[in-house]
Design a protein around this ligand. Structure first.
Ligand code: KG4
Ligand code: ZN
Length: 357
């Protein structure tokens, strides 16, 4: 089965052709980083306009690279949320028109589920129950997955997403945009223990995350020490290098603290680390060391599949299209689309039901 994946939820216009849900025939991403760089963040109106410009050539290039024609595609998977509504609408409308004109099935995909499926290309099949940490520019979420396509949200960010915190701290220090990869690269030159930022825990006992306190702690430190935005982003002062290394280390510890908590109380058989922030080298390293210590396999994608792409959307569409699931043409973009489809009770009754059959 050949699936065309389409993704336009944020600032990348992407299309991919994936075979049998696991083999990437093409994976094209048109990044808008240069468009948004002068603003130090994504400007939604500009993002929609760029998607409109890019969607047709990106899809054509995906087909061309895969060496297939429109008529050889068996189905289409397209992101319909969560994300920027104007951006989502471009990919979704285009996918619908294609599906209509070609008389092919199409299915709407949750972007977060796409990130979960980003690990299927380079790892053995996921063994359930799995624990998935999705960390991106817009989300920081921890899911318990008793089985494929079943998601119980154990924790989410109460304020900023982890990637957003990286981007805001980099902006505050004048390091450039997007901040995540820049802080990742420069942090290796700093001392992560220089400033002992505390890692927040929720007083209500939930596994939720919060990054705005850390961001404020960084801002306060900058004010107290009178640190000025850097003039040469390639060569920040020792003070700035230590600050970002300590910040990054606090983010990594916060994320893994919640994972460790779940692993101590439940027994996942696979750990999944996905979303743009999962590119972070220190996070990967520490997550890997943790996974080895507890003896649970950890899956994360290679960097091009970690940040937004359409191969992961096609992979998430595969089981759905294969069993005949289809979206109809009334499907619309949902900016705040949720992934969790299980609560605690239904999760356990679901499991019981599965064991009974
Ligand atoms: O998943 P993604 O490509 O888009 C969203 O769905 O949001 O994630 C983008 C986010 C940005 O905030 C970016 O700064 C962050 O991922 N990011 C990183 C790294 N690479 C990208 N954060 C930390 N370290 C990285 N190496
Ligand atoms: Zn994403």
């Amino acid at each position: 089965m050949l699936i065309l994946g389409i993704e336009s939820s944020c600032d990348e216009t992407a299309a991919a052709v994936v075979e049998q849900g696991r083999v990437i025939r093409s994976n094209i991403v048109a990044s808008q980083v240069e468009t948004h760089r002068p603003y130090g963040g994504i400007v939604p109106e500009l993002a929609s306009r760029e998607h409109i410009k890019n969607i047709v050539p990106v899809v054509e290039q995906a087909l061309q690279t895969a060496g297939v024609t429109f008529s050889q595609i068996d189905g289409i998977g397209v992101t319909y949320g969560p994300g920027l509504v104007g951006s989502l609408l471009v990919g979704l409308s285009y996918a619908k028109s294609l599906a209509y004109a070609l008389e092919k099935p199409y299915v709407g995909i949750n972007h977060l589920e796409g990130h979960v499926y980003s690990v299927v290309f380079e790892n053995p099949p996921i063994v359930y129950p799995a624990l998935a940490l999705i960390v991106s520019g817009g989300h920081t979420e921890l899911y318990w997955m008793p089985a494929a396509e079943e998601y119980k949200r154990l924790g989410h960010t109460r304020d900023d997403a982890a990637g957003e915190a990286f981007d805001k701290v980099a902006k505050l220090l004048g390091l450039g945009y997007p901040g995540g990869p820049i802080i990742d690269r420069l942090s290796s030159q700093g001392d992560p223990e220089a400033i002992p930022f505390t890692i927040p825990r929720m007083t209500d006992g939930t596994l939720d995350f919060s990054f705005s306190g850390l961001k404020t702690a960084v801002r306060r430190y900058v004010e107290e020490k009178g640190i000025q935005p850097v003039t040469d982003p390639e060569h920040p002062s020792r003070e700035v290098l230590d600050l970002i290394a300590s910040f990054q280390w606090a983010v990594v510890r916060t994320l893994l603290d919640r994972v460790a908590h779940v692993v101590a109380t439940s027994k996942p058989r696979t750990l999944i680390l996905a979303g743009g922030v999962a590119c972070n080298r220190q996070l990967r390293r520490e997550a890997k060391a943790f996974a080895e210590r507890v003896g649970i396999p950890l899956y994360y994608p290679s960097p091009p599949l970690t940040t937004d792409n359409a191969a992961m959307i096609a992979a998430a569409a595969y089981p759905k299209l294969q069993r005949g699931e289809r979206s109809d043409f009334t499907l619309t973009a949902v900016a705040g689309l949720k992934l969790h489809n299980l609560d605690l009770e239904t999760a356990s009754s679901h499991r019981k039901a599965r064991y009974r059959t």
